[in-house]
Design a protein. Structure first.
Length: 260
């Protein structure tokens, strides 16, 4: 059993979205709705389903005959605005499947240039309404090691508790041994924390372990306490809290907990 809470949402759970949702492509507003649905296609987070009546149909392009999946039958649509096109951009459900999905449109997230909840842009995927993300200051001592090398040690960490993930420990840069960190060009985005500004691989001896540490210089306002701090993947490193070694977690980021 994990030592952190898991997600409580079940696959194919459908819930109303109490927010205005908008999507843009090629400079055009594709949809604007206050009647979207959350649909959990898998447990960690939902997707937005948009009422067809709130989609500008002139930008939808028919692509194929009826298709079928567990949530119901749908027609595949592309997007076309001027000279820009995006094939296989959306599914329009016909109503023979899950209750509530008739005449709802499921857009591929990357098919659109931008998504907005109210007037805030959302990245990567919709925020799970059942996910809580807290940044909490602590005076517990955190030590991070890999193959016996100490990568960081701090008695003033910021602990980030995010539903469905192990606690992440964000540490001051002055308490990180950058001798073992190799900067790279990796950039990741999180709908709760923002976009990373720094990423590092870890080098111990002659072995480089790719993409194990990161930092947000400009996190979302809810996570401002982690600005500029450095975190490491629990799944791939040895982490000690007040001298007690934690069990390496298994997550969707790293299903196998052993370092590689």
């Amino acid at each position: 059993m994990n030592d952190y809470p898991g997600m409580i949402s079940e696959k194919n759970l459908i819930q109303p979205v109490p927010r205005r949702i908008r999507g843009y492509f090629a400079g055009e507003l594709i949809f604007d709705t206050t009647a979207a649905l959350y649909v959990w296609e898998w447990a960690p987070y939902p997707q937005f389903y948009i009422p067809l009546a709130d989609v500008k149909s002139e930008f939808l392009v028919d692509e194929a005959q009826e298709n079928h999946e567990t949530r119901g039958s749908y027609h595949r649509k592309g997007l076309a605005v001027g000279e820009r096109e995006h094939p296989a951009a959306a599914k329009v459900y016909v109503g023979d499947g899950l209750e509530g999905l008739a005449d709802m449109v499921r857009f591929e997230w990357d098919a659109l240039d931008s998504w907005f909840e109210e007037d805030e842009q959302v990245f990567v995927h919709p925020r799970n309404p059942y996910t809580r993300v807290d940044a909490v200051r602590s005076t517990r001592t955190v030590r991070v090691e890999l193959d016996g090398a100490v990568l960081a040690e701090s008695s003033s960490p910021v602990m980030v508790y995010e539903t469905g993930l192990p606690t992440r420990y964000y540490l001051n840069r002055t308490e990180v041994n950058f001798e073992h960190l190799v900067p790279n060009d990796t950039v990741t985005e999180c709908p709760y924390k923002g976009t990373t500004t720094d990423y590092w691989s870890v080098k111990v001896g002659d072995t480089v372990h790719k993409d194990l540490a990161w930092s947000y210089s400009f996190p979302t306002r809810q996570l401002l306490p982690i600005a500029g701090l450095v975190a490491f993947y629990n799944e791939k490193l040895d982490i000690f809290i007040d001298g007690v070694e934690l069990t390496q977690a298994k997550t969707h980021f790293f299903p196998s907990a052993s370092a590689s």
